[in-house]
Design a binder for this molecule. Structure first.
Ligand code: DX5
Ligand code: ZN
Length: 219
């Protein structure tokens, strides 16, 4: 199933409630919440208290992307705040298995992500426990960067591995530089979930853009 996950990194932080409601009304499937600590990536965004405040604005699942050095430490906060899927990076300082188990023990879905320079195979040992694999198609840290098409072999490789193992219900998500052209490239490579920040929030007809995204991603 094709899922569109608008990244609030590109939203108006002063009006998050209405920004989320707008995305829900326009056909988004999840809300992508980019959490940055100024250490794992050179930018700072928001923490669990904000997630808690915006939770009531929409019924859409929160697809929380932790770009932080020690996700293990903060998983309980983000779980309590109302996250549905908690994704963190293999490159973080936390123990990967322990962090996934912590997310699952709190009744949440676990996602694992790799930065552009990290082989996707680093995710394979944990696939059986995951609900989402997030392949970064930009260097994490900022919205508005260009899509890295050379990440597509990673998308295809993880899709093949998921099929080979007969695993079900794992979303393959791409994040960074998704627009109406790049989304079909990623979909053809095997992705089914698409984060979009600047292209969606910058659109003057979000409903139409989401509909176009879904059409382009349906293969
Ligand atoms: C980058 C973030 C992305 C980003 C996507 O570190 O993880 O979610 O906001 O923004 P666009 O779609 O503008 O590349
Ligand atoms: Zn993200």
């Amino acid at each position: 199933m094709v899922k569109i996950s608008p990244s609030i990194l590109s939203s108006d932080y002063g009006n998050l409630e209405s920004e989320l409601k707008k995305m829900e009304e326009c056909g988004a499937d999840m809300i992508h919440v980019d959490v940055m600590d100024g250490h794992f990536v050179p930018n700072i965004t928001l923490g669990a208290p904000i997630v808690k405040c915006i939770r009531k604005a929409t019924k859409l699942p929160f697809d929380v992307h932790l770009m932080i050095s020690d996700p293990y430490k903060y998983v309980p906060d983000f779980a309590k705040a109302g996250s549905d899927i908690i994704t963190f990076h293999t490159e973080s300082d936390s123990d990967t298995e322990k962090t996934i188990d912590e997310i699952l023990s709190l009744g949440k879905k676990a996602g694992l992500s790799v930065k552009p320079g990290t082989p996707v195979e680093e995710i394979y040992p944990y696939l059986d426990k995951l609900s989402l694999v997030l392949i970064m198609t930009v260097e994490p840290g900022f919205g508005g960067q260009s899509f890295m098409e050379d990440m597509m072999p990673k998308v295809t490789a993880v899709k093949n591995e998921i099929c080979r193992r007969g695993l079900k219900n794992i979303d393959i998500e791409v994040d960074g530089g998704i627009n109406k052209d790049t989304i079909s490239v990623a979909a053809k490579a095997g992705a089914n979930a698409f984060v979009s920040g600047s292209a969606l929030f910058g659109s003057d007809d979000i409903k139409k853009t989401i509909a176009e995204f879904k059409k382009s991603a349906t293969i």
